[in-house]
Design a protein. Structure first.
Length: 74
């Protein structure tokens, strides 16, 4: 008999609520558990917008979401 694996994805209540409402707001990606990262002295957070289905990179210093990864920006 083959071994069975169950993959339980952890999500946050904020993420679940936003997805359920198809909210037009940016929430932390990866089920709400994405963590900020630093690229060239700037802190970013990978985010998701449930209404549009888009992903982006929130510059936490300017509060601007970019559709291009920081390392691909010129």
């Amino acid at each position: 008999m083959a071994e069975r694996f169950s993959r339980r994805v952890k999500t946050t209540a904020e993420y679940d609520r936003a997805v359920e409402e198809k909210a037009d707001r940016w929430v932390s990606a990866c089920g709400g558990v994405e963590e900020p990262f630093v690229h060239q002295t700037r802190t970013y957070l990978y985010v998701f917008n449930p209404a549009s289905g888009e992903h982006g990179y929130l510059d936490m210093g300017t509060d601007i979401v970019h559709n291009t990864a920081p390392w691909e920006m010129s």
